[in-house]
Design a protein around this ligand. Structure first.
Ligand code: GLN
Length: 537
């Protein structure tokens, strides 16, 4: 296509409007027209990456194949576009400043005074163009975190202003705002949108497209009014009203010609019809699945917040669709689980998923849930810490080591069935010091994992410090827990299973990160299938 085109997505009025979903939907529509698209996110906080952030602060930490701890919006990008993102797809203010300060210390600026403009803005611009220049994408969509008007966003807005000036038609700004409904007046109000656009304009940016989030249909008159007050073409004012699923959003945007408007504004042809066939087929199957009786899956963890296990919830829901079943994920707070209340808490659950996590809090309840699921043969899926808990529970209640533990929870445990690797011991820097990103794994033929994947060699993403202790491997295997997935280089155990049970699998890696709309993860599909079969018996 020639030069890379850049689309900036900003947000105004309030946060949490779903910029990530709009960015992903635009990306999907352009991709469906045959363009090579990627999406990146700029987060205006000072942390180098979200790896050290509590999930209550920022939702789940997503992990890219190249081992970057990233914002959860990258999960949406991957699930919608079926692409793999990398470290270059998620930049924070902290990273921008760090690289400028590192260069300054090396003397790269030859004695100049280092300032927000031009040094910080140049570094932002370099990171925007990096993906286009290096990987030759047709479109790079850049989502700016936060809300226009925040102090933190200013250097990003200034960079967009400069890039729009430099790139002309090759750059475009989509601004997402909110149109509230005042029940007392019975009216939708456009004033916050007008103010938000003024704020952008005062930073020197004229938005090309406005996407208005609303809970009610917007009339043509209202859109005309917004167009007039905001200097935007009428057909470039698009509404985004609540949809039953986020996966409808590309279709809703396409119905309003959002992709056409963007292509025309960027001087590109619009004659071909977008190939959204497989996407529509997925949605159709999903609609049917959503009408079925919900299959209840318990998600045992300590963060009672939708976003904290975002990718797991999405992977379960996708696996439901591919099993033609609606999945209802019931959060079960592990901090409250005891031997006395577990039967009640897991009543009616067809499967149990033990979530990932860090630290001691909520661990005891995870053991309670695992013991109950194991002894009642309920299909169980343990992910990362969940897998480690599966092995610890087995050591305590089957191997007979009542004090078995992970060294993370008890430094002095005599039965360290989960332990830290030698080279990790001396690390005190908290950022990016885990086993991160994609590693190879070889599966044992005949295992439940092998049956799910249908292949022996897989690669999955990791995010953890502790590992299964191979000194106990033979004992586990003799007692009925098999190590069926092994890293061929390090010999580390990646998957454990109890073959005697219906479906009891623990993975040291995080399969949820690579489940996408058109390619659901085989382990999630197999787990949901086992849960459905369990229900039938
Ligand atoms: N806390 C465990 C570890 O560091 C598991 C991490 C996780 O569940 N992502 O090994």
């Amino acid at each position: 296509m020639g030069e890379t085109k850049y689309i900036f997505v900003t947000g105004g009025v309030v946060s949490s409007l779903g910029k990530g979903i709009i960015s992903s939907s635009i990306g999907k529509l352009l991709q469906a027209r045959g363009y090579k698209v990627t999406i990146q996110k700029f987060d205006p906080y000072i942390n180098i990456d979200p790896g050290t952030l509590n999930p209550y602060e920022h939702g789940e930490c997503y992990v890219t194949v190249d081992g970057h701890e990233a914002d959860l919006d990258l999960g949406h990008y991957e699930r919608f576009l079926g692409i793999q993102t990398t470290k270059a797809n998620n930049i924070t203010t902290g990273r921008i400043y760090k690289s400028v300060i590192d260069k300054e210390r090396l003397g790269d600026y030859l004695g100049k005074t280092i300032q927000v403009i031009p040094h910080i803005t140049d570094e932002i611009k370099r990171n925007v163009k990096l993906l286009g220049n290096k990987y030759k994408f047709d479109f790079v969509i850049t989502e700016i975190g936060g809300t226009v008007g925040d102090i933190e966003s200013l250097p990003y807005l200034e960079s967009i202003r400069q890039l729009k000036w430099e790139l002309g038609k090759d750059a475009l700004c989509v601004h997402l705002t909110y149109v509230p409904y005042l029940a007392a007046a019975g009216e939708l109000k456009t004033k916050p949108t007008q103010h938000s656009v003024k704020e952008l304009q005062s930073a020197g940016i004229q938005p090309d497209v406005l996407v208005l989030r609303a809970e009610h249909e917007l009339s043509t008159n209202l859109r005309k009014k917004v167009a007039l007050f905001c200097n935007v073409d009428e057909n470039a004012v698009v509404q985004s009203i609540d949809a039953p699923t986020i996966y409808e959003v590309p279709i809703l945007m396409q119905a309003q010609g959002l992709d056409e408007t963007i292509l025309k504004k960027m001087g590109l042809p619009v004659d071909d019809t977008p190939g959204l066939g497989p996407w529509r087929a997925f949605l159709e199957r999903r609609h049917k699945a959503e009408e079925t009786e919900p299959l209840r899956i318990a998600l045992v963890g300590k963060y009672n917040l939708q976003d904290a296990y975002k990718s797991i919830r999405e992977a379960l829901s996708q696996a439901g669709t591919y099993n033609d079943r609606k999945v209802s994920v019931d959060f079960v707070n592990s901090e409250k689980l005891t031997d006395e209340n577990v039967a009640e808490a897991l009543e009616g659950m067809s499967g149990v998923l033990i979530g990932p996590g860090f630290g001691e809090r909520g661990i005891a309840g995870k053991f309670v849930a695992i013991k109950y699921a194991r002894t009642h043969d309920i299909p169980t899926f343990g992910i990362c810490l969940g897998m480690q808990c599966i092995t610890i529970e087995f050591a305590r209640n089957v191997l007979g080591y009542a004090d078995a533990n992970s060294r993370e929870m008890d430094e002095k445990t005599p039965h360290n069935v989960i332990d830290i690797m030698e080279e990790q011991k001396s690390i005190t820097n908290m950022g990016g010091t885990m086993r991160l990103g994609a590693y190879e794994c070889v599966l044992h033929k005949g295992s439940a994992a092998y049956k799910a994947y249908g292949t022996e060699h897989i690669q999955e993403r990791h995010r953890h410090r502790y590992e299964f202790n191979n000194a106990y491997k033979a004992e586990y295997e003799a007692a009925g827990m098999k190590c069926v997935g092994i890293n061929p280089e390090s010999d580390l155990v990646e998957i454990v299973e109890i073959p005697k049970l219906k479906w009891f699998v623990g993975t040291q890696f995080h399969p949820e990160y690579s489940s996408t709309v058109l390619n659901p993860h085989p382990l999630f599909v197999a787990f949901v299938k086992a849960a459905i079969e369990n229900e039938k018996k």
